[in-house]
Design a protein around this ligand. Structure first.
Ligand SMILES: Cc1cc2nc3c(=O)[nH]c(=O)nc-3n(C[C@H](O)[C@H](O)[C@H](O)COP(=O)(O)O)c2cc1C
Length: 385
């Protein structure tokens, strides 16, 4: 059966990814913190809003889905958010997502925890990606990251601020995710049961995080490097840190991981270009609210001039439409891109983007709207509680 028929939605990719990946990685992608209540709530949040159908209005079968946020345009109102270790779910997975995003005319955000680095991605995709920055406890390492961004033509940095402490993801604890730095019999067995993943990934040796490759303090091999990178995250992030980064980085600066209106109000005064309203996909604070339900309050607190990106739980075209109607500028998705690349590589990511694009087009048509711009102007008029 063709890829186009087999995959009709994000969940189809999720199922295929689980069949192809060793459990330790499938669980790492899927999991949330503690009881996974925020993870579920992110999805439930969308059900509180219904869409208005309008009929007998002139219809444009190819609505304009483009958006411009913080002065940059994107052909579609959604795109891949930063996801660590895409290159562990499939060889060169981060290159695959970057190329698919470039083809679709949407930005790609490269995680600090990426197998391929800025230079490799820039060459493969034909343009510099945006960069998601995790601050290390050593300022010299951070200065190097910024220098690499400047050298590779990065225009926009997303500073992630909701992981100063890493929450407990119980699936990862059970699988020993954070302590894997050598092959154990259990891991060998998991890999042996996933021959397609193993052959694809392990052919050229276990990958490494390009950004810290060859640096003794981060260890060798992606898993050890992942553990060390996480352990070394700066635990003392404050608004002063943001102010310092604002001085050191002249390009665009977004703060990723705001999920409270008061923090959004503080961000407004910090000279940043935008925020990502995010609860890290339910992977950090458990029992928080869904991000979609917070968009109106956060938009009010942030004001109209800074860009409001949102993520956590977006799986459908209608989810994107609801977020924009509520006041967001752009939607990022994490797991959907990880699942698509794990399941089918670049072709899978191309198809995922097309599926979501089509879903948005059809939904807009049925709502009697001809563009994302019109949706933004109509705002909550197009929603019913
Ligand atoms: C496997 C995985 C790895 C992630 N790695 C990063 C990362 O390196 N940096 C970061 O800022 N966010 C990271 N995130 C969070 C995502 O950027 C995003 O906030 C979250 O996935 C959005 O929720 P969604 O997966 O429901 O779309 C990661 C998320 C997942 C699922």
């Amino acid at each position: 059966m063709s890829l186009e028929r087999r995959y009709q939605n994000v969940e189809d990719f999720a199922k295929a990814a689980r069949r192809r990946l060793p459990k330790i990685f499938a669980d790492y992608i899927d999991g949330g913190s503690f009881s996974e209540t925020t993870l579920r709530r992110n999805r439930d949040g969308f059900d509180h809003y219904t869409l208005r159908q309008r009929v007998l209005a002139p219809l444009d079968p190819k609505p304009d889905l483009s958006v411009t946020a913080a002065g940059r345009s994107s052909r579609l109102p959604f795109g891949p958010g930063p996801v660590g270790f895409l290159g562990l779910y499939r060889k060169d997975g981060d290159i695959a997502v970057a190329r698919a995003a470039a083809r679709a005319g949407i930005p790609f955000v490269l995680s600090t925890f990426s197998i391929n680095g800025l230079g490799t991605i820039g060459k493969a995709a034909g343009a510099a990606p945006d960069f998601q920055l995790y601050l290390d406890e050593d300022p010299a390492v951070n200065a190097e990251h910024l220098e690499a961004c400047r050298n590779h033509g990065v225009e926009r940095i997303f500073l992630t601020v909701d992981t100063a402490i890493t929450s407990v993801r119980e699936r990862d604890v059970k699988n020993g995710f954070r302590s894997v730095d050598r092959m154990t019999p259990g891991l060998f067995w998991q890999f042996a049961r996933r021959p397609s993943w193993s052959l694809n990934l392990l052919r050229s040796g276990f990958p490494e995080v390009e950004l810290v490759r060859g640096r003794a303090e981060f260890g060798r091999g992606a898993m050890a490097q992942a553990g060390n990178l996480s352990r070394r995250l700066d635990k003392n992030l404050t608004w002063d840190t943001v102010a310092e980064l604002r001085k050191a980085w002249s390009g665009q600066l977004f703060i990723k991981g705001i999920s409270d209106p008061e923090d959004a109000a503080l961000a407004r005064g910090a000279g940043i270009d935008g925020i990502v309203l995010s609860n890290h996909g339910g992977r950090q604070l458990d029992h928080g609210r869904s991000t979609v339900s917070m968009i109106p309050e956060v938009r009010d607190a942030l004001g109209p001039s800074a860009a409001l990106f949102v993520d956590s739980g977006f799986r459908r075209g209608s989810d994107v439409i609801k977020a924009i109607a509520l006041g967001a500028d752009y939607v990022l998705m994490g797991r959907p891109f990880a699942w698509a690349v794990a399941a089918e590589g670049e072709a899978g990511v191309n198809h995922l983007i097309q599926l979501l694009e089509r879903e948005i087009e059809i939904t807009l048509n049925l709502m009697g709207l001809s563009s994302i711009d019109e949706l933004r102007r109509a705002g909550t008029e197009v929603l019913r509680p």
